[in-house]
Design a protein around this ligand. Structure first.
Ligand code: EPU
Length: 441
């Protein structure tokens, strides 16, 4: 795959001005990477459109190559994957490539169906909580797999896999994808209860249906999969990245500018759009995308993150920065990850007033009640942010630091931008397109 990604790890931004312009957002990182894995369920070639040029796509492409798949870039944003002859990969090599990616565990189902064994590295991911994979492993065992784990690798074996009744204790995105990617070729029927129904999962289900799978998405988070014997290749255009769209919306309102995000889709953004409007953001929806701006002086909000159709945890970080510019008190209760507010300490050093609490603030009680995790935040605003030297801790916090730098008076030097490249395409180009003053290093 050819990549146009930049290699700069430090970005120096001169902030404090309204940003205006048009940018384009392509396929969702959290859909395209899983769709790439789905190609391995068939020996036939598949073609994926609207693929963003981001590090996570490169990583999954390399992992597919390591198990014997051929990955070609046909043109910008178009990938062809031909997984005709698969074989086991060296787990050390997989580990080197996978790095912090959470995707390797999703290779389990396809590799079990094709090779009867999946040797996978232990997992990485952002520093936002322990992020266990117990739901994944339990689901695989329930469908007939045997699991052996040591410090470096997980070896999963199964001569055959069968359908099962599985109930997740929490509607995990990854575990739902695991069950989907494993059950489609398992014998018999799988009933998955308390499944995640994020738009990225529905996009994966659309792909699996194109491949020949039979999947019913029922009411109350019940997904029923009727196993089939064989799947075929597919051609699919990935849904737009709603996390990136929301991030640019926050930039527009936080800097008091106006940004047209081409490719943005209304339906997967509905909850964000409502919340954005409640705090004073405004938007216009056209056939090309969604334009965002500040409709009135920003005001505070009480909000909690949740699984779909709730307010996404990945929208939370840039939204927190937006809210530092809102009049009054805001309360945000993070219910998906226990440690997703650590990034606010740096915002406070830039002038924000954010206090963290262990209690479930804002009305509902979540899994992290009575734990010692600081998973509620109270934000007082508006606050003038000032430039600083900051380091990106994880992907979404990274974008939020960029939003903070764009709002802040003076210069901010942000290091660790390679982490941001994992999930945001042509990041610096887009920043320049909306008028960001970037100081060359
Ligand atoms: N969980 C368990 N056990 C499991 C799996 C999950 O306890 O076996 C818990 C997690 O610890 C977490 C909660 O369940 O508290 C939700 O985790 P989930 O499995 O839904 O998350 P994921 O599949 O690992 C994906 C995205 C995340 C996004 C979440 C929630 C990818 C590659 N990652 O993670 O995206 O925040 O769903 O929507 O799709 C990001 O893009 O920066 C990112 C972190």
């Amino acid at each position: 795959m050819n990549s146009t990604m930049t290699s700069k790890d430090t970005l120096i931004i001169k902030g404090g001005k309204a940003l205006n312009g048009t940018i384009e957002v392509r396929g969702a990182k959290n859909a395209v990477t899983k769709i790439m894995v789905a190609t391995l369920l068939s020996a036939e070639p598949s073609i994926i459109h609207n693929v963003p040029d981001i590090a996570d796509v490169q990583v999954v492409g390399e992992m597919i190559r390591l198990v014997g798949g051929k990955v070609e870039q046909l043109s910008e944003g178009v990938l062809k994957i031909t997984p005709t002859d698969l074989h086991q990969a060296d787990t050390l090599e997989l580990h080197k490539i996978a790095g912090t990616s959470r995707i390797p565990i999703l290779f389990a189902g396809p590799l079990l169906h094709r090779l009867k064994e999946a040797k996978l590295p232990t997992l990485g991911g952002c520093e936002i909580g322990p992020r266990p994979i117990d739901f994944h492993l339990r689901s695989l065992q329930t469908m007939g797999a045997t699991i052996n784990e040591d410090e470096k690798a997980i070896t999963i074996t199964a001569d055959s896999l069968h359908g099962a009744k599985i109930e997740l204790t929490y509607p995990s995105v990854g575990a739902t994808e695991q069950v989907l990617l494993t059950s489609v070729l398992a014998s018999g029927v799988t009933e998955l209860r308390n499944a995640a129904i994020e738009p990225e999962i529905i996009d994966l289900i659309c792909v699996l249906q194109k491949m020949g799978a039979i999947i019913d998405v029922g009411i109350n988070r019940v997904i029923t999969i009727v196993g089939v014997e064989k799947l075929q290749g597919f051609e699919h255009s990935v849904l737009t990245d709603r996390i990136e769209v929301a991030s640019w919306a926050c930039v527009a309102a936080a800097t008091n500018g106006k940004i047209m995000v081409k490719g943005a889709q209304q339906e997967p953004m509905m909850t964000f759009l409502n919340t954005f409007r409640k705090v004073g953001g405004e938007f216009g929806i056209t056939s090309e995308g969604i334009e965002f701006w500040r409709g009135r002086p920003l005001t505070g909000i009480t909000l909690e993150t949740d699984v779909h159709p709730g307010f996404m945890t990945d929208w939370q970080q840039p939204f927190v920065v937006l809210i530092t510019q809102a009049e009054g008190l805001s309360t945000i209760h993070e219910t998906v990850y226990e440690d997703r507010f650590a990034f606010t300490e740096t915002l406070n050093t830039m002038g924000a007033k954010i206090q963290l609490y262990q209690e479930c603030l804002g009305g509902t009680h979540c899994r992290f009640e009575n734990s010692n995790h600081l998973h509620s935040a109270v934000i007082s605003g508006p606050t003038q942010l000032t430039g600083s030297n900051i380091v990106v801790p994880d992907l979404r916090a990274g974008f939020s630091y960029v939003v903070a730098a764009l709002v802040a008076k003076g210069k901010t030097s942000i290091s660790g931008m390679k982490t941001v490249e994992r999930g945001y395409e042509k990041f610096e180009t887009k920043l320049r397109a909306i008028g960001t003053e970037i100081i060359s290093t």
